[in-house]
Every structure is written in structure tokens, then in C-alpha cells.
Design a protein around this ligand. Structure first.
Ligand SMILES: [Zn+2]
Ligand SMILES: [Zn+2]
Ligand SMILES: [Zn+2]
Length: 327
């Protein structure tokens, strides 16, 4: 597998197929009693029987060994698929669904995200660490056993790059964080708010790309998910996540969930150094949930333009009405 850069959009594309050395049929490899393919990178809690276990992915998209050096191929750029690909197993219980998780369970999962992101960011080769969850069959989940995945890459993913560029520009012009501005307006207008717990807010973004798109964001400005800011209570975020999952389970049970945090600022040179001068002020971490709802595909809803038939205001209203305590 290798990475190729599109010279026009400047996005990196992973080309090739991961090796699949594990049987996809047969017993669930994520269950604690199944033969382990590696030793865990992290288990939580640190004492007693583990709830969360983190392993290297059995058939990774990116591999930890090697040199990410870019090579030219005529006018094109390519590099080896160096990086990390991990799987975060969220519960030992095969049939436990996210909606059955307690706030404490989810807090431990979030803790695992933070610890792994912080650890991988110590490796200066990695410019970005992404944590995501493919929930439900429509989202292409690999195993039904509750899990999240993490990738550390030698480049910043395209969508993050867009966010970084825009937030830097907004900050430069107005001396304010664009996400804090969004938060203020959403709180004032209320129509797109879904829920809030403590200092965390869930809302449907103004230009939602898909029906029921929901973002979770801290009211207190912070550019890094993995760093606890003073006064932050991650238990509140866990509670809000559980309530949001329970709402979505009733209406859009398949979704992608992704944590958007600042890139690795250890790396001080290279194409991105410019972005990092004001990053602590201009970027604001958040979690995006993108439900996958079956729609009759419209011939004009081509990939280049999002076509969302549900108004975010209606989506938020519907989500607000759903019971956040239904397991
Ligand atoms: Zn299992
Ligand atoms: Zn902010
Ligand atoms: Zn984002």
C-alpha cells in the first residue's frame, strides 16, 4: 500500500489493499477469550479486569515501521503508508451496544482516545492522529463488537486541513475562534441545539452535510481533545455522548463518528508550520457524528456537492423530542 498525492486538490489517497491475514468469519477476534493477535497497547482501567483494550489493527492501512520519505514520480508525489492503525475495543461484552453503556464506561473510552492520541503525538513523524467510529452495518463497521479505530498519519487529512485553514483565516481577520463564534450563535438562536450537559453542547450544524449530522463541542475553548483543560469534566462529555447515541439509535443507527483535534505541533518544519503559530487560539476540538440514512439516491447528488434533504433545524427538533434515556 502506498500514499499518492493529488497534485490539484493536494489530498493524499491511500492506494492498494491491506493484507487480510485474519479470518473475517469464525469467532469474534475482539472478544477477550479469542486468541489475541498482539499484546495490548493499553488497557483501562489499569487495575482489575479491563473494560477497554487497545491493539494494533490486525490488518492495518498504515504500518508503524519504515520511513515515510516522499519520492517523486515525475510531477507526482508519493510516500510509503507509514503510520499507526489501532483498534480500541470498548467493552469485553460482545453484545453490549453503545446505548447500553454507562456514562463511566464512555468516559473510560474517551480516556483511552486521549491517552493514545497523546502517546502517538510524541512521534514527530506523525502529523495527525484521527479517532473514529464506524457504527452500524451501513457505516461499514468491521466487527459488530463495540470498537473505535485510530490512525496516525504522516499527513493531515483533507477535511482537517480545510478546517485548519479556515479557522486560521477567521482568527487572523477577527481575532476570534470560529468555533466559539458558532457556539455563541447556536446558543442564541437555539433552533439547531439538540442537548447539553455541563460545558458541552450537541447541535446540528448550520450547513449539515447529511440528515441528523450532530456535533459535540466544549463551550470552553480548547484546541486539543487529548489535553484536559482546567475545569473540564469529561464525565459530562461522556454523558452527552450516551444521550446523543441513544437519540440517534432511534432514528439513524448507522453513523461515522470522528474526533477532530489539533494536528501534531511537535513537527516544527514542513508545509504546515504556518498553521501552528496561532493554533491554540484559532482551532477548537469537537466531535462530528455523520449518520448514514438510506435515501433514494438522486442522480444529481454527486459526491462533489452534499445534498441533504433534511433541514438541520428540523433534525435538531426531532432529535430533541427523542428520549435520551431509551437503551
Ligand atoms: Zn466479540
Ligand atoms: Zn474556540
Ligand atoms: Zn471538524
Amino acid at each position: 500500500m502506498e500514499l499518492r498525492k493529488d497534485p490539484i486538490t493536494r489530498s493524499w489517497v491511500v492506494v492498494g489493499q491491506p493484507e487480510t491475514d485474519l479470518e473475517s468469519s469464525g469467532p469474534c477476534p475482539l472478544c477477550p477469550d479469542s486468541p489475541q493477535w498482539a499484546s495490548p497497547l493499553l488497557t483501562l482501567p489499569s487495575q482489575g479486569p479491563p473494560q477497554v483494550r487497545v491493539f494494533p489493527h490486525p490488518h492495518p492501512i498504515y504500518r508503524i515501521e519504515g520511513d515515510p520519505d516522499r519520492t517523486a514520480e515525475g510531477i507526482y508525489d508519493r510516500m510509503a503508508g507509514v503510520g499507526a492503525h489501532e483498534i480500541i475495543i470498548e467493552t469485553p461484552d460482545h453484545s453490549r451496544s453503545l446505548t447500553q453503556f454507562s456514562d463511566e464506561d464512555v468516559e473510560r473510552v474517551l480516556e483511552a482516545y486521549a491517552l493514545r492520541i497523546a502517546d502517538l503525538k510524541r512521534d514527530a513523524r506523525f502529523k495527525y492522529v484521527a479517532v473514529f467510529k464506524n457504527q452500524g452495518t451501513l457505516a461499514g463497521e468491521e466487527w459488530p463488537h463495540a470498537n473505535s479505530q485510530l490512525t496516525a498519519t504522516t499527513f493531515v487529512p483533507r477535511r482537517i486541513l480545510y478546517e485548519l485553514r479556515s479557522s486560521r483565516e477567521w482568527y487572523r481577520e477577527r481575532d476570534r475562534c470560529v468555533f466559539c463564534d458558532i457556539l455563541r450563535q447556536e446558543v442564541r438562536q437555539k433552533s439547531r441545539l439538540v442537548d447539553s450537559v455541563g460545558d458541552y453542547l450537541a447541535f446540528c450544524p448550520y450547513a449539515s452535510r447529511v440528515p441528523y449530522e450532530t456535533w459535540l463541542i466544549p463551550r470552553i475553548h480548547s484546541h486539543q481533545f487529548e489535553t484536559h483543560s482546567p475545569g473540564e469534566n469529561r464525565g459530562h462529555l461522556a454523558a452527552l455522548l450516551v444521550r446523543t447515541w441513544r437519540r440517534l439509535a432511534q432514528i439513524a443507527p448507522s453513523y461515522h463518528m470522528v474526533v477532530h483535534t489539533a494536528p501534531n505541533t511537535l513537527q516544527s518544519k514542513g508545509e504546515l508550520s504556518e498553521y501552528w503559530r496561532t493554533i491554540a487560539g484559532d482551532y477548537h476540538w469537537h466531535i462530528e457524528i455523520l449518520p448514514i440514512v438510506e435515501t433514494r439516491s438522486k442522480s444529481y447528488s454527486i459526491k462533489e456537492v452534499y445534498f441533504n434533504a433534511t433541514l438541520p433545524e428540523q433534525a435538531a427538533e426531532r432529535l430533541r423530542q427523542l428520549d435520551p434515556d431509551v437503551k
